[in-house]
Design a protein around this ligand. Structure first.
Ligand SMILES: *Cc1c(COP(=O)(O)O)cnc(C)c1O
Length: 404
């Protein structure tokens, strides 16, 4: 079997070099991607793939949208970074856009989802210190995912991500998701915040119920605690609305964003109400790279393109179509237990442990999806996805399911 691709890239040597020099924190599929355009990716051998993962909900505009490419290129040639001791125009412009879209008050910029959540946790603690020194506890949900920094991973309600990193950050509690009485029982005077994803993504697309999210909001109001919503995955059109919480009519005190925000360029944001944001003063928190002109220009261009191309509306429409087609597939088979999700954040749960094999078979047939555990496959296509793409993806999934 030849391992030298058309363009001269030695696939085996890339994999060997990765094994020798890159810390082994991922079990990667043996594919080397070299190019992307819209819904498509190409590997080093020239094979084409339909992307239904979008870099895990990152490439909302698809790959290499020409207007995003030129915004990044133009800004890179003008000014990339100066540090936060000075003003740049792009940072307040992006803050204004996000504040107007979300109804929040102020923004802090960083470079990833975990950092955005780290910011949220620190802001909530700082805010609560005004009330008393003992009000520092943060209640999170089992099955949640908030990132991999020490505080964000402590907030994450999955023990497998904690193993070996103990002692974790003190002051976090976990309660079963969608169980309001468990949340009620865990909360008290020492609670400074409740931190939730409107739809749990990483653990397999589990939406909060209306009663739960609304109940968490009232509980926080009753206790004088903050509701932090992690919208790193659900935010910015993924669920068919700008923000996942808009499906519930629930407003958080702090909201975190990342993934889709830069259209593929790394940037994260922590948004807060004006009242809560006041707890941060100069020196409280900082990021060297956070809010640099290049990242902010990428995010501004991403938001412009999303509005111009009506991608949030597209997410709602094509998301509904995707779910409809998957439910139709479910009705023709006896190994699909459930199809769930909102907008373009969809999971198929099988009644057998075939997810890894199905995803591998999809990849072989040129479709990128994400297996979660043994029986769930998650789909997070770019927000530009069209009906034809859905038809193609569901056909490949169907064939792969028969073959796996
Ligand atoms: C991906 C994700 C994160 C972590 O984001 P990183 O950019 O990987 O740090 C946090 N929260 C949620 C809900 C996510 O989906």
């Amino acid at each position: 079997m030849s391992t030298t691709a058309k363009n001269g890239i030695e696939i085996q040597s890339v994999i060997a070099m990765d094994a020798e020099y890159v810390m082994h924190t991922f079990n990667r599929q043996r594919v080397v991607f070299v190019r992307g355009k819209g819904m498509k990716l190409w590997d080093a051998e020239g094979k084409e793939y339909l992307d239904f993962l979008a870099g895990i909900a990152v490439n909302g505009l698809g790959h290499c949208h020409p207007d995003l490419v030129s915004a990044i290129g133009g800004q890179a040639g003008e000014l990339m970074h100066v540090c936060n001791l000075y003003y740049v125009t792009q940072q307040p412009m992006l803050a204004k856009r996000l504040v107007e879209l979300s109804g929040m008050g102020k923004a802090f910029f960083c470079n990833s989802g975990a950092e955005a959540n780290e910011t949220a946790i620190k802001l909530a603690r700082k805010w609560a210190k005004q009330t008393g020194p003992e009000k520092y506890e943060i209640i999170c949900a089992e099955g949640s995912f908030h990132g991999r920094t020490l505080a964000a991973v402590t907030a994450t309600g999955q023990p497998k991500y904690h193993e070996g990193f103990e002692p974790l950050v003190p002051g976090f509690k976990h309660v079963p998701f969608n169980d309001l009485s468990a949340l009620d029982a865990a909360a008290g005077d020492s609670t400074c915040a409740v931190m939730l994803e409107p739809i749990q993504g990483e653990s397999g697309v589990h939406p909060a119920t209306q009663d739960y999210l609304a109940g968490a909001r009232s509980l926080c109001d009753r206790l004088g605690a903050l509701l932090i919503l992690d919208e790193v995955q659900t935010g910015l059109g993924r669920t068919g609305k700008w923000f996942g919480c808009q499906h519930y009519g629930v407003r958080p005190d702090i909201m975190t964003l990342a993934k889709t925000l830069g259209g593929g360029f790394p940037i994260g944001a922590c948004l807060a109400t004006d009242e809560v944001a006041k707890a941060f003063v100069p020196g409280s928190h900082a990021s060297t790279f956070g809010g640099n002109p290049l990242a902010c220009a990428a995010a501004l261009a991403t938001l412009d393109i999303m509005e111009r191309e009506k991608l949030v509306e597209n997410s709602a429409e094509i998301g509904a179509y995707l779910k409809e087609r998957l439910i139709e597939l479910q009705s023709r088979r006896d190994d699909i237990a459930e199809v769930r999700g909102v907008g373009l954040m969809v999971a198929v749960e099988f009644s057998r442990e075939c997810a890894v094999d199905v995803a591998a078979e999809c990849l072989r047939r040129g479709l990128i999806v994400n297996p979660i555990g043994r029986s769930i496959v998650r789909m997070l296509p770019p927000l530009i996805v069209k009906r034809d793409d859905v038809d193609a993806a569901v056909a490949i999934l169907s064939d792969s399911l028969s073959g796996a």
